[in-house]
Design a binder for this molecule. Structure first.
Ligand SMILES: Nc1ncnc2c1ncn2[C@@H]1O[C@H](COP(=O)(O)OP(=O)(O)OP(=O)(O)O)[C@@H](O)[C@H]1O
Length: 242
């Protein structure tokens, strides 16, 4: 098992953002869906040991509180957290040396795939949101982690980069890795995920697979709206707009 989450609870003061959540990720693409505020980012931050949590989280069988797991995980936060005064070339070289990576051929291929070559010497502060996101994705891949934790990774990406990222995710799985990501984009989830966890108000309300949804002849959007109870809300809102 690449990731095992058992009875995860995340609290901010007395507010429970994630409530006794359990799920696991193998060599597969696991997608977390949920309305705004459902607790997706808090779950991913707890997995990265960035927020206090209760419960148990293991990465490749090792507690996520053990520093060694950082070697096995790549993380893309919801908002790129980069040194704005550095250029992509500088930050990539900085992170590569921290990680002890000398062969940059793979990274250079990724830079080209994401069309970042012409921005390598531009300060990050001057980059578009999409290009910052691409740098953030590149940094998460430098040490060839087994598990990728991606918080809304498709945000701000153009069509070509979405395609590149989908391909990277598929290749990662073919090589025995695992991917856990959150998204609001149903089409992406439907196409590339093997398993889907739908969260609402901190609770996992449904775990299913794209195959199950297809076999049931339903769209992921319908399933999502119905299990989160948003379908009734939408009917009311649309009525109000008539
Ligand atoms: N640092 C914090 N302090 C207090 N409350 C927080 C904090 N971070 C998140 N929350 C609250 O916890 C809940 C879950 O937030 P979280 O960001 O995990 O949701 P999400 O599913 O990722 O939402 P979105 O889709 O909008 O990104 C929300 O109600 C949010 O306001």
């Amino acid at each position: 098992m690449l990731l095992n989450v058992r009875n995860l609870t995340v609290k901010y003061g007395s507010f429970i953002a994630v409530n006794s959540l359990s799920f696991s990720v193998n060599s597969e693409v696991y997608c977390l869906l949920g309305p705004n505020g459902a607790g997706k980012s808090s779950t991913l931050k707890a997995i990265m040991n960035m927020v206090p949590f209760e419960g148990e989280i293991e990465i490749l069988g090792i507690s996520n509180k053990d520093k060694i797991v950082k070697n096995y995980v790549g993380y893309v936060p919801e908002q790129p957290a980069l040194y704005e005064y550095m250029t992509p070339a500088e930050i990539i070289s900085f992170v590569s040396s921290l990680r002890g990576i000398k062969d940059l051929n793979r990274i250079n291929a990724l830079i080209r795939a994401f069309s970042l070559d012409m921005f390598m010497n531009t300060p990050i502060a001057s980059l578009s949101m999409g290009n910052k996101q691409k740098v953030s994705i590149l940094l998460s891949l430098i040490h060839e982690p087994k598990l990728l934790i991606l918080d809304e990774p498709f945000n701000a990406l153009d069509v070509l980069s979405v395609k590149v990222l989908k391909e990277l995710i598929q290749n990662h799985i073919k090589n025995g890795g695992g991917v856990l990501f959150s998204t609001h984009i149903m089409e992406v989830a439907e196409k590339i995920c093997t398993r889907i966890g739908i969260m609402n108000r901190g609770i996992m309300v449904m775990e299913t697979s794209s195959d199950n949804i297809r076999e049931a002849g339903r769209s992921l959007e319908d399933v999502f709206l119905s299990v989160t109870g948003l379908d009734e809300e939408i009917k009311d809102i649309l009525k109000g707009l008539e």
